[in-house]
Design a protein around this ligand. Structure first.
Ligand SMILES: [Ca+2]
Length: 145
């Protein structure tokens, strides 16, 4: 073998080793994929879900859920939220900064918070259905007849 051919072979081996080392040192993120629309990150287990939460730079990427993931073992005590007991869920004081005047309603110690809606019978939209609403409705009927 001539010196030129040996040198060329060594160059190819060096390039191959560099490529192998590079591919080995770059672990797949999540369960695979590149986070692109045609190659989304693959989410296969709860660890992948946890990793997404810790990587805000990936929140605008594309993901594909590959399994029905059981998250019931997570109690929300990792700084990502706080779990409440059933009794606490029925207390207005448990929901800090929630608007219980305009948006939410609760019957304490009875049910969980629920979104306020306007009753169809609340004609003047004051969130109270009473005889004033009936009076407004009756006046409307009298005007139409
Ligand atoms: Ca009303």
């Amino acid at each position: 073998m001539s010196g030129t051919r040996i040198s060329s072979l060594l160059d190819k081996i060096t390039i191959l080793v560099i490529i192998c080392c590079f591919s080995i040192s770059t672990p797949a993120k999540y369960g695979g994929g590149m986070g692109e629309p045609n190659d989304p990150y693959l989410i296969r287990d709860a660890n992948h879900m946890q990793a997404i939460g810790e990587n805000a730079n990936d929140w605008d990427k594309h993901f594909k859920l590959m399994a029905d993931i059981d998250l019931s073992c997570y109690d929300g005590q990792d700084g990502y939220g706080e779990s409440l007991t059933d009794a606490e869920m029925k207390q207005q004081a448990s929901f800090i900064d929630w608007d219980f005047v305009h948006t939410w309603n609760i019957a304490e110690n009875q049910i969980y918070p629920y979104l306020r809606t306007v009753s169809p019978g609340d004609i003047n939209k004051d969130r109270i259905t009473n005889f004033l609403d009936m009076s407004i409705l009756c006046n409307q009927w009298l005007k139409e007849s």
